[in-house]
Design a protein around this ligand. Sequence first.
Ligand code: NI
Length: 191
Amino acid sequence: MAILPIVTYNDAVLRQKADPVEADSEELQTLIDDMFETMYNSKGVGLAAPQVGKAVQLFVIDADEMTNELDDEEDLGPLVFINPVIIASDEEYLKIEEGCLSIPEVRDEVSRPQKITITYKDRNFDSQTLIADGWISRVIQHEYDHLRGILFLDYLSAFRRRLHRNTLKKIKEGSLQTEYALVPKLPIEQE
Ligand code: NI
């Protein structure tokens, strides 16, 4: 297994629509293992393939640490989502603070449906349907957005976004210190 560098918010791959995973392969299984290792190394609870530079419809989550704090939630352990589709969303919205490994040190509140139903293939390519509520629902929706080229920053008002301007600039320049490896898009050199 290997820890992969995580791309930052300004990388074009995070704005692409990810392609469906066509078939199982040794390469895919290695990517899944590497994504889990990368996610645990950076203390994240979710990681989408575009964040390690692969524009395919795949994300992994492990919301255990979060769910353990909440008695009423099922402990689902590490989960792999391949070619996921959210087929139903709750009408009730919740405002919860989010962060993203591609946007280190930026956190802000995002309003999203409380409950969703998602279909996907697990790492054995078995079809699954999950009704997710609370924290897991939140993490899934955030990662699902990554497969459609959407970042949580996109939901913020211009005012809220401006508050993060300095940190965003540092990330873009590659001058923000992080505990895990990042690939900032380097600024174009002035001739
Ligand atoms: Ni993210």
